[in-house]
Design a protein around this ligand. Structure first.
Ligand code: LMR
Length: 329
């Protein structure tokens, strides 16, 4: 009898020790992204890593893989769903296979500026939209800003007719495809990591991106002309898989969410600073020309591209378009 009790006591002690070992095991979050570490997203990923190292020491660790080192645009979402990485912050333009709703962020001349983006994403409609890909297993944890996009080519793009026939690299978005078709240009979907080479070898003629990406990926060295068009926004979603998120203990979810809120505020600040500083850097480099549009020229681009709104209204939600317009007033 005694040895029977002893056997069970040992069994219980062993299983407690075993479960404690499991609980104590550090959770590793692989965070993969495509920009350099100097961008707002690159800095925010590192800051997230730092805060997690301080506040969830021994419980959670974040390993950051920048610069398409681990996965490029398309692959990262598949990798998230397979559990090969646990976090990413792709542009909302790259989720067309998972939700059509985020196409809202690609509508040309919809968001007046970065303030309008913040107003919408922090508001009730923007917050509700974070869940748009949850039925596909992707959980939006927050929005991260990059900024307003600018156009470039190896010729001045002053009126919409200047874009006619030009091959522009776009992110994998049907809305962006329609935007360039609206000005009779030739859009080409391409991964971010391939753009510099495609521009320098002439596989494409032009591109659209933010001052931050144009500077850090040196696009300004291989394009003769930039137009400060501010025609669209580049906005990210910090995303994980629903399965991974639900597997985290509640206290870790709560602490991570608090850290993400803090990082998101900093990220926005870095994005706003980069929009100004990177533009100035490019101007000072003297490597390319930067054209500023008159109000009349800007209005021509807007009226050529705006029919795209109607085309995608059903996908992105008329109510969401209205909410962004309100934020843009
Ligand atoms: C692009 O593909 O141009 C951007 O989405 C890259 C990025 O992550 O900023």
């Amino acid at each position: 009898m005694h040895s029977f009790v002893r056997f069970f006591a040992v069994l219980i002690i062993c299983s407690l020790a075993f479960s404690q070992t499991i609980m104590a095991k550090e959770i590793v979050i692989k965070f993969s992204h495509v920009t350099t570490e100097k961008t707002p997203k690159g800095k925010a990923a590192k800051y997230l890593q730092e805060l997690v190292a301080q506040r969830l020491k021994g419980k959670v660790r974040i390993d950051v893989y920048p610069n398409s080192q681990l996965y490029n645009d398309k692959e990262v979402l598949k990798a998230l769903l397979l559990g090969d990485v646990q976090m990413a912050a792709p542009s909302l333009s790259k989720f067309g296979k998972y939700t059509k709703k985020w196409g809202l962020f690609d509508l040309p001349f919809l968001f007046a500026d970065n303030k309008a983006v913040a107003c919408f994403t922090n508001g009730p409609k923007g917050q509700a939209l974070l869940d748009a890909a949850s039925t596909k297993g992707l959980k939006g944890l927050g929005y991260w800003l990059n900024g307003m996009k600018q156009l470039s080519a190896n010729k001045p793009l002053i009126t919409p007719s200047d874009a006619k026939g030009e091959k522009f690299r776009i992110m994998s978005s049907d809305v962006l495809e329609a935007q360039f078709k609206a000005v009779d240009a030739n859009p080409q979907k391409m991964a971010f990591s391939e753009v510099y080479n495609a521009l320098s070898t002439g596989v494409i003629d032009g591109q659209e991106n933010t001052w931050s990406n144009i500077r850090t990926k040196k696009f300004f060295e291989v394009q003769t002309d930039f137009t400060e068009s501010n025609h669209g926004v580049l906005e990210y979603v910090l995303v994980t898989s629903t399965e991974f998120w639900n597997s985290l203990p509640k206290d870790i979810q709560t602490e991570l969410s608090a850290i993400i809120k803090e990082v998101t505020l900093k990220e926005t600040q870095w994005a706003l600073e980069a929009a100004q500083a990177d533009k100035e850097y490019i101007i000072a480099s003297g490597r390319t020309k930067i054209h500023t549009l008159t109000n009349e020229q800007a209005a021509q681009w807007a009226s050529a591209m705006k029919p795209v709104w109607k085309q995608f209204e059903a996908n992105v939600g008329k109510d969401n378009i209205a909410a962004v317009r309100k934020c843009s007033e």
